[in-house]
Design a protein around this ligand. Sequence first.
Ligand code: UGB
Length: 602
Amino acid sequence: EKNLGLLSTRQIELARMLIEEAQQHLFAHWAEPGIDDEKKKSFFDQVEKLDASYPGGLRSYIHNARQLLTDSKAGKNPFDGFTPSVPAGEVLSFGDENFIKFEEAGIKEACDAAFVLVAGGLGERLGYGGIKLALPSETTTGTCFLQVYVESILALQEASCKQNEGNVDRHIPLVIMTSDDTHSRTQELLKSNAYFGMKSNQVHLLKQEKVACLADTDANLALDPSEKYKIQTKPHGHGDVHALLYSSGLLHKWQISGLKWVLFFQDTNGLLFKAIPASLGVSASKDFHVNSLAVPRKAKEAIGGITQLTHEDGRRMVINVEYNQLDPLLRATGHVNGDVNDETGYSPYPGNINQLILRLGPYIEELSKTQGAITEFVNPKYKDSSKTSFKSSTRLECMMQDYPRTLLPSARVGFTVMDTWLAYAPVKSNPEDAAKVPKGNPYHSATSGEMAIYRAHSQILRKVGVKIEDPQVGIFNGQEVEIWPRIVWSPNWALTFLDVKKKLTGNCEISQKSTLVVKGANIHINDLSLDGALIVNAIDQAEVKLSPHVQNNGWIFEHVDYKDTSIPEEIRIRGFAIKKNDQTILTYDQPGKYCVQFHSVS
Ligand code: UGB
């Protein structure tokens, strides 16, 4: 009471609320007025911020926490009363007629879409010091994840606007959700690279705030161990993206400008945009309000499983069940072996890759009711079986893929399964953990993420008829991987199966040791024979027709050890560095038409 004079009217209201909610321990140690006054004021600045950034305010947070902690202590399962079963979804196979049809439909829709990238996580599991968006997706070109994403969106914009005459001026918005951990470095990455070609007002950064930590099962808020005038905070999870989008006003702006779709994606999947046109096509053709992208998933693999849940009271939903909950849920509902692979070698529950496509209209309607609040959970680590105290403070968390939980059964919720090699290669695990992954299961490391990009491009080229030599096996940082030819192209060269088919024609062959980089919108290659390294760069105004036969010593992988700190972190986490022995480089930086047939042997 004696310190109230230091506070604004709003802060006094919040102080009273905290007392009513039995949080007086937060002030128990407060000194007399005149001592630590600045710290006390900043304490309440923090309380005000925590209150403003949670839907319903801090009081709601405390109430929700109390309920969830009581349920957790009682061992209540969030899936009580629900029976899991395998859901039915759209299963696509790259390059077949159905796939091509959906890709075409997706390209048409793309200019009516907005993209939302959740990038507030620091990636503790990866153990990389920088932000993950700045990490090279592959080291042949060194293109970072953010650049891949931005260039892919720009290529979609271009292709889609061409298909929809009259829409030529549309700029697809990109929202990036950041956190205190990633915000300034993301801003810096964009600015220092001129937004990778986007207009600066096309990109919006929304920063998520952390939430208050909970010290015990009574939901007493925890003070920061190193600062007694501060509440300890931790991340609330990627589910924050919905509330932030709602409160930013962007959704209404998009609706007014005629947009129809919002696509959510994560920070380190170099393959994702190979799957976007077809999955957006599925959303449009099936009129899905929610479409989750999925891949075949090995039982117990560390990605959530898409599951149909049917409640005793008749409720039914198709939803992601996190990997640590799926196995116990199955066991508790009569599946004695839990989550196991079936005769296909995969779990019958497809893996959620957290790429969601939402129809904007129904999304806004739902958020108008919920303000973007997402079903939360708590995951306390108890000290002992009495479940009275925690090993360390906990907090409420939420996940963006839980959005469909509150939808009415009439909502059109579906999912699309893609080939893993085409759609999913996240970079999440550090070399040590990846090396422990049982053989046959995905590593999700920087090593496997890069190799997957070469494999996807090689497989796509095989599908259009290019002869690609079989991969070799290599071991890097203790992980056994397939080494395919290092083939990389820019998104504006080809987005879809038909794009690739049109741009690479005739009799083409590429040896395993080869590197092929193609960057430019108007490059056509016919009768390619490559055994070495060939790099082609052309500006959009250069129309290039090539018929190259190239043989040289090319680029090779040299082993590096992840423990060797003399090597940059983004290289050593892969376990290899590229040595450039020899290459043919073709650059077309002046507008014009070029027709080149050549043999280059060295
Ligand atoms: N992220 C945020 O933006 N804010 C946060 O507070 C936390 C994360 P992780 P996770 O596809 O591989 C998800 O840590 O959460 C961003 C799905 O839940 O990489 O363990 C972060 O920057 C799971 O069902 O993954 O697992 C990153 O971009 C499965 O689909 C993204 O959120 C899995 O991803 C994901 O964060 C997967």
